[in-house]
Ligand binder design. Sequence first.
Ligand SMILES: [Zn+2]
Length: 396
Amino acid sequence: MQELITTWTMAIASLIATLLLLLAIYTWPRGERRRCPGHRGWRTLWNPSRWIRRSECWQDLTGVPIASTGDVRCPECGRSTPIERVLRDGRRIRLGVIGAVLGVIAIGSQIGVAAHSGRPLRSIPTLALVMLSNTAIGEHRTVVRKEIEQRVGDGAIAGFNARRLADVLVFDLRADGRKWNANEAADALGRLWPDSKDALDRELVEGDVQSRKIVAVILRSRDQTGSMELFIASVDDLRDDGDASAGWLLQGNARDAGEYLIDHYWEAPELIRAVLDSDDAQQRRIAMVICGFAGDATVVERVIPVLIDELRDNDIWGDARLAAPAVFKFGPPAIEALRPYVDDPDRQLRETVRSIIERLEHPDRAWDECENRLPRITSTTHDPLVLDFWTAAGGR
Ligand SMILES: [Zn+2]
């Protein structure tokens, strides 16, 4: 708060100083020489009114006779002044001096604050910096942008300023060949939440491939309400993009999208069902797993025969760990689809299927009370059937 007051005081002081100096130039005294300057000497410095006023007398000397010595004697204060020292008519106030003094104070304290904090722009108001942020002098890696990032980090930007800033930052999320600017913008946009919501929602629709993916990551981590646009973007994120151009931002975005889609599954189940036949293997597989975790019984016949293959004893480490809880979470409707595999030649598949069926038929039995024990398909837990999607999909 105190910082805010200092900032604004300095900004207003600079503004007034500038205005006064401009006004001083504009109203420069250029009239006739006819005003009495009054007493002039260093003693007058003790009188504060002389700091502001150009003369303590200001008597109009028009028509007063000039003596042979060239002096004019003021009928008001009685002083004699050489005619060339009589003041020109015009403003009475020393605008230029006041403006200059104010300017020196503002600039001086500015330099003081900058030197003290190591942040040269510390005393510039946020609004001014935000306005500069979409110009060349405020883009990524400039002093202006660094100061903005510092303030975002301090949580000092909110409301109007935050919304304007978010409008600018979303453009940095797009693929532009510059390194790291997307990461820093994403970080700032996350911190500006919820003020950044409108800008992110817009970018989710209008952005390029990279920015839409990053925006989806940010929105999924912040927005608990869910929107159709985000749902569609998340289904798309299930694809194996294999493109790591945006670095860490997109790592694990399929897992992240999967969890979001499970949470919001019943808002648009047809969108997930539509990608069960996707041309992208990863999207197809995660969509099936999502249907399982969401308990969508309408697709049991389509999904279980595929997920079953992942329960076989193969060399793909960890795939059973995700497939087993997905099959289990379909609930009792899965039992009939699982029956054909209870005598499968593959031991891991056979035992997993028997165990799942027993657990579904006897929900009261814990994992260690069952006749059919689940084979060890993961080393992290004895009971992978109750893992949630996020955990089951991790550690691969
Ligand atoms: Zn006078």
